[in-house]
Each structure stands twice: as C-alpha cells, then as structure tokens.
Design a protein around this ligand. Structure first.
Ligand SMILES: [Cu+2]
Length: 124
C-alpha cells in the first residue's frame, strides 16, 4: 500500500510539473478562468445547537470546493481543520472562504479549530 501511494505521488508530481511547463509560457485564457469559477461547489455552513449545520457536506471529487461560515457560527467554530487535506484555516467573517479540491472519493472529517465540533465531508 505504501508503495502504491508513493508511485501515485510521483505520477502526480510529474503531471503537475508537465502542466506547469505547458502553461507557464502561455497565459490562461479568461474564458477558462470563468469556467473554473462556475464549477466551484460553494458550501455555506451555519451553527445549530453548537454543531455545524449541515453536519454532512456532499461534494463531487475533482471539483473545487469553497467553504464559508455564516454569521451564526461563533467562537472556535470559525476555524476549520481538515486533517486529511492538511488544511487549518480561520474564517473570521462570512466573506472568508476556504478552498480545496478533493481528488478522491471518501469520507473526511472536519473539525473546529479546537477539534471539539465535528462534521463530515462526503466526496462522491
Ligand atoms: Cu471548538
């Protein structure tokens, strides 16, 4: 299993480098940028009974996800940790967003900045 992940890591790194080389010389057309923005899966979390609402988020793999917190969310819940994606971010205002692209289907836990309040991101 370790080996498999290592090989996948190398393949990913090679693809990223090739992609960088291909695109570093040409500026991305504006149309592309628009398409990508439209594909963002926007999630707005609230707070109910000291939990995030919804507690489960369903998103599609391979498409960017943006999470923001509305004004009902308070305290340490304004910080989000998603260990599986190496994300730790404070979202002090409802305008702040956290963006990532889940590449693999699965269930990932997210927590508040203190690790007490938990939710799930289900990637399909
Ligand atoms: Cu907390």
């Amino acid at each position: 299993m370790e080996n498999k992940f290592f090989v996948m890591g190398i393949i990913t790194a090679v693809v990223v480098v090739i992609g960088f080389l291909m695109f570093s010389h040409a500026k991305a057309p504006i149309e592309n940028v628009k398409t990508n923005t439209a594909d963002v899966q926007k999630i707005v979390l609230s707070q109910k009974n000291y939990n995030y609402a919804p507690k489960e988020i369903h998103v599609k793999a391979g498409q960017p996800v943006s999470i923001s917190l509305d004004s009902s969310v308070n305290g340490c819940r304004r910080g989000i940790i998603i260990n599986d994606f190496g994300i730790t971010k404070d979202l002090p205002t409802p305008e702040d967003t956290l963006t990532f692209t889940p590449e693999k289907a699965g269930t990932y836990v997210f927590t508040c900045s203190m690790g007490m309040t938990k939710g799930k991101i289900i990637v399909e």
